[in-house]
Design a binder for this molecule. Structure first.
Ligand code: BG6
Length: 515
């Protein structure tokens, strides 16, 4: 274990807030979907980490609502068990060598199970009664439920008066993805929510924004002098945003059949990355300052058309069986498991610069990254060297699973002649900072309790993002879905999309060869 990770572990055992941080205000967290995967996998590990960091108030209570009678002790045991399993799993983002028992027991003691159907008045009448006795009247309602329950729960909370902020206490709503399935449904959902709550009470989650490497995009861009001067169409050739996964649909066939890769990832996660890369510098980290600048990007986005999009579906290949052979998937399914798109931002900074986005399941490698390719330099000086073209400079922000940046550039190969060699310089967070077993929801939960909406999506941005892709979601004729072998880099038609522009996707597996 490095000195830094020892420090991190010691720090993690201290249950004291890190320097400059203070505990969130007292709050009662009501989780709808207490029995769901999100609660187990993400919310409990995040609460544990916040508790280990001393960032939760002693008066905090956590009430888990779910259908079906069960004892609180039974729910606590289940969550303890799953927390231990994730901690022990080396592949989990929550993997840790040693659990801080005190931090978990702090959370565990505050857990209370509350049985109730999400669509019945009676649940909310009882909940209202229960909440009058809560230690804190600041309440966060977390909707960790399937999207079909969003509107009914909000409506019931609203009608039961549970969203009214009185006597200086806050009432907040956290809504998970997917926020609608197209522009119309997102507008309807926003309308329903805003009938019962003010915009500043609503925290729409995109978990990509909880990732440190995503939040760091603004730091890299704006805390360094070297990027901003070239961060514009005069110097940038194109941008590629990739979120490739090796996993398949992981038993979520039923959900995925309805959703597909495009809706699941493009107008939300990948657009958020695009927003961070393309936005103008805000004047502060104030929520509205940041969100206004991001909203301008979505607003300037040219609506996508069918010719900008390629869809694919994995067939049997080196990485496994076909999508159509997955559980709960139709044998003749036309749902895409891969989507690529070319996006243009029609403003002074970006006009004419293509942003190529791609995402897919069962691809050759897991890789979430953003590569910014600079324009070619004049070649004349190098005309007598053995190369007939220079490899372009590419700056890459590596989001997952590697955390860092890399820069591809050209140097002279040592020796008597002028020969150009292509090299890569890399920065890894783990070389400088202690890695934490964070799941990405720590900051989101903490910010929500503090009332900081910077990392959450505003109604207008969600709608503009859906508006940009609406034509593709409702095409006059259905888009083709091209096959690709499981374990490959995606369908060849996606390569053709870039080839038509004289470009190519970055390899999912490459590292530059040593000269
Ligand atoms: C979710 C999608 O929102 O994001 C999943 O529904 C996808 O299909 C996941 O696998 C990817 O997130 P991450 O953080 O694992 O890259």
């Amino acid at each position: 274990m490095s000195n830094e990770s020892q420090e991190a572990d010691q720090h993690n055992q201290s249950n004291k807030p890190p320097a400059g941080k203070h505990p969130a205000p007292p709050c009662t967290l009501v989780i709808f979907g207490a029995g769901g995967d999100l609660t187990k996998r993400l919310l409990m590990p995040a609460l544990y980490n916040l508790s280990a960091d001393g960032l939760l108030d002693d008066a905090m209570q956590i009430i888990g609502v779910n259908h079906g009678e069960r004892e609180t002790s039974d729910w606590r045991d289940e969550l303890t068990q799953s927390l231990r399993t994730f901690a022990a799993d080396k592949a989990s983002t929550f993997h840790t060598s040693k659990l801080n028992e005190q931090a978990w027991s702090w959370v565990e003691q505050r857990l209370e199970y509350f049985p109730g159907e999400f669509e019945e008045d009676e649940t909310f009448e009882r909940l209202e009664q229960r909440l009058t006795k809560a230690k804190s009247s600041n309440i966060v309602f977390y909707l960790a439920v399937s999207a079909r329950f969003f509107s009914p729960i909000v409506e019931h909370l609203g009608k039961a008066g549970l969203l009214e902020e009185k006597d200086g206490n806050f009432r907040r709503l956290v809504i998970e993805k997917p926020f609608g399935t197209d522009l119309k449904s997102a507008q309807e959902l926003n309308r329903c929510i805003l009938q019962f709550a003010q915009e500043n009470q609503v925290y729409r989650i995109d978990h990509f924004l909880g990732k440190d490497t995503v939040q760091s995009i603004l730091a890299v861009r704006f805390a360094n002098a070297m990027f901003e001067p070239v961060w514009r169409r005069e110097y940038i050739d194109s941008v590629q945003i990739t979120a490739s996964e090796t996993i398949g649909v992981e038993g979520r066939g039923g959900f995925y059949e309805q959703t597909g890769a495009f809706r699941d990832m493009l107008p939300n996660h990948l657009f958020q990355l695009l927003g961070m890369i393309a936005m103008e510098p805000p004047n502060s980290f104030d929520a509205e300052a940041v969100r206004d600048k991001k909203a301008e990007v979505f607003d300037a986005m040219k609506p996508l058309s069918a010719k900008d999009v390629v869809l694919g579906q994995y067939e049997a290949g080196p990485a496994g069986p076909a999508y159509r052979d997955e559980k709960d998937v139709a044998k003749d399914s036309r749902t895409e498991t891969y989507a690529a798109a070319r996006v243009f931002i029609e403003n002074w900074r970006w006009a004419g610069v293509p942003f190529y986005l791609r995402t897919g399941k069962r691809l050759a490698e897991r890789r979430t990254e953003i590569s910014v390719q600079l324009k070619a330099v004049p070649f004349r000086l190098f005309r007598d060297t053995p190369v007939d073209a220079l490899t372009p400079n590419v700056f890459t922000l590596r989001i997952d699973p590697a955390h860092g940046t890399s820069f591809d550039f050209n140097v002279k190969v040592p020796g008597p002649i002028m020969q150009i060699g292509h090299v890569r310089s890399k920065f890894d967070y783990s070389d400088f900072f202690a890695e934490r077993a964070n799941v990405g929801y720590e900051t989101l939960l903490y910010d929500c309790m503090l009332g900081d909406e910077t990392l959450f999506q505003r109604a207008d941005s969600i709608e503009t993002a859906w508006a940009a892709v609406d034509k593709v979601l409702h095409p006059d004729t259905p888009l083709d879905v091209h096959g690709y072998p499981a374990g490959s880099a995606g369908p060849k038609e996606a390569d053709e999309l870039l080839a038509a522009d004289g470009r190519a996707w970055r390899s999912l597996t490459d590292t530059p060869k040593k000269a």
